[in-house]
Ligand binder design. Sequence first.
Ligand SMILES: [Zn+2]
Length: 58
Amino acid sequence: MLQSRESLNVEETTLVNIQPVGRYGLTPIWEDGHKTGIYTYEKLRALCECDECRKSKR
Ligand SMILES: [Zn+2]
């Protein structure tokens, strides 16, 4: 789901926690304290490339 970019440092790419947001998504909390951004389950499903999710998209 997350692509590594060379411009991000270790703190920015270390996931320390995941908070549920209501019933519709998750907010990842990074080691640098950055916790903006909500990943809705819908969006995570859309990004997921496992067989199950790919099948349900078509
Ligand atoms: Zn999946």
